[in-house]
Design a protein around this ligand. Structure first.
Ligand SMILES: Cc1cc2nc3c(=O)[nH]c(=O)nc-3n(C[C@H](O)[C@H](O)[C@H](O)COP(=O)(O)OP(=O)(O)OC[C@H]3O[C@@H](n4cnc5c(N)ncnc54)[C@H](O)[C@@H]3O)c2cc1C
Length: 430
């Protein structure tokens, strides 16, 4: 027996012992191998992305309209539904949600966002609502396969993007009628104005900054809630983005997510100078960051795969362009970066699902890395396709346009770095 095989035996014995110890304690052993449910869901979403989403991508990008028929197809197979999102979320490893998002956005990001945009509103209701509010409003965000509906989550305003403490939309309580009255303007809302259910982040006490925020449901057809200008965009053009105006918009007291008692308690704590739980908008963003990172990964992977196949086909100077180290190394780095980003996304998703605090802003890390990888990889894909890459005859230019938003929304790259640097240093970096 050589020294190295002795070492192997010892290592194996140690591994067996470690595994049996963790099994004895009822803890799952560490594995990155997907279970059958995860593989089945990945295949299911991939099939839809490949068969329905991809063929429609170019058309809806050019039309710059919400692809209602595709959303309806997704609803018909059960992918656009609370049940599906609930099933993805129920996975204890936390991986199913990012896996499903990566596959769908691999198909096309604009259509992907048209389908998944609703989940931001759902996440807010799920994260902050009472069980009754979840039961009442989440199904209304989706509608039915015959009559699909959308949800919108509206935090940003013209003067409050990265700095949510600047939110001016106000919510005043009319005690006599037990109603909240909302006034203000929301900006860049995905599905804004065309959604059935809008979740609005409003200030109930401006002096408290973001700690004085609360989240409100605006039920379908509520007077005073209107779509403003629809935004024409660089990418994600199949996803509707618009301003939302709230003009003396009255909603029942029961539309305050979490209820008034809880809000009053929280505000009292803040006014006494005690620590309050994180703010309404931030709670939603924290939970959704790994999922948003997974969407960016889907775009990056699609562009990488396209560029790889192209490089293996295209010939210049009498050989395949992939035979040039410059191209092959770019492709190697693209794959490397995508896989590295996926590990960060999966880690954050697992932590979030299992209640581990993001001590080092792991949620931000995952979204930051995946977003920047998507922009870089799609740009490289254009380069590898050369002139073709720059044209609308080939999909990588659309993927590049779609990727850019991932360094901007749900916290810009600069804001993610701010969050990470504060978390690791303990200093209030500005
Ligand atoms: C397609 C699209 C969809 C969107 N969907 C939604 C939605 O559904 N709901 C919603 O609420 N919002 C949505 N948004 C808004 C999005 O979240 C904001 O655009 C984003 O948070 C950035 O805010 P801002 O545009 O005001 O940029 P700003 O905050 O003005 O930032 C401008 C630049 O300054 C930098 N910067 C700002 N502060 C700092 C700082 N302290 N340190 C260093 N750099 C800083 C930023 O990183 C950025 O580069 C969407 C936007 C788009 C374009």
């Amino acid at each position: 027996m050589t020294d190295s095989s002795v070492a192997d035996v010892d290592a194996n014995a140690l591994l067996d012992e470690a595994n049996s110890t963790s099994e004895n304690q009822g803890e799952p052993k560490f594995t990155l191998e997907l279970n059958q449910d995860q593989k089945d869901i990945r295949e299911w979403v991939h099939g839809f992305a490949e068969g329905v989403v991809r063929p429609a991508a170019e058309e809806w990008d050019e039309r710059e309209e919400t692809p209602w028929p595709v959303i309806q197809e997704a609803a018909k197979i059960g992918l656009y539904s609370f049940e599906a999102v609930g099933q993805f979320w129920a996975d204890e490893t936390g991986l199913t949600l990012p896996i499903a998002n990566e596959e769908l956005f691999w198909g096309d990001a604009g259509i992907g966002m048209a389908i998944m945009g609703t989940t931001l509103a759902v996440a807010a209701i799920f994260g902050q609502g009472t069980p009754e509010q979840m039961g009442e409003w989440i199904p209304q965000c989706f509608g039915t396969p015959d009559d699909v509906k959308l949800g919108a989550f509206c935090a940003s305003e013209p003067d409050a993007g990265s700095d949510v403490s600047g939110i001016r939309t106000s919510a005043k309580y009319d005690e006599a009628k037990d109603e909240w009255v909302l006034n203000g303007q929301k900006a860049w809302a995905t599905n804004g104005g065309i959604a059935n259910v809008h979740v609005i982040i409003a200030s109930v006490d401006r002096e408290l900054g973001s700690r004085g925020h609360a989240a409100f449901i605006i039920p379908p057809g509520t007077p005073g809630c209107e779509q403003g200008a629809k935004v024409k965009k660089h990418g994600l053009r199949a996803s509707h983005t618009a301003d939302v105006h709230l003009d003396d918009c009255r909603v029942p007291g029961s539309c305050l997510l979490g209820g008034k008692e809880k809000l009053d308690e929280r505000l009292a704590r803040v006014r006494e100078g005690k620590k309050a739980k994180s703010q309404a908008a931030m709670q939603t963003f924290e939970a959704s960051r790994p999922t948003v990172g997974a969407q960016a990964l889907g775009i990056a992977r699609a562009a990488y795969e396209y560029a790889l196949e192209y490089a293996k086909e295209r010939e210049q100077f009498g050989k395949k362009i992939v035979e040039n180290q410059a191209i092959a190394f770019d492709l190697a780095n693209m794959k490397l970066e995508i896989d590295a980003a996926r590990l960060l996304v999966w880690r954050a998703a697992w932590m979030g699902r299992n209640g581990h605090k993001f001590e080092n802003a792991e949620g931000s890390m995952s979204k930051l890395k995946a977003g920047e990888v998507a922009v870089w990889v799609t740009e490289r894909a254009i380069q590898i396709l050369g002139g073709n890459g720059y044209t609308r005859e080939f999909p990588v230019e659309r993927m590049h346009r779609d990727s850019k938003i991932y360094t901007i929304f749900e916290g810009t790259s600069e804001i993610q770095r701010l969050v990470i640097s504060r978390a690791i240093s303990g200093f209030h970096i500005k």
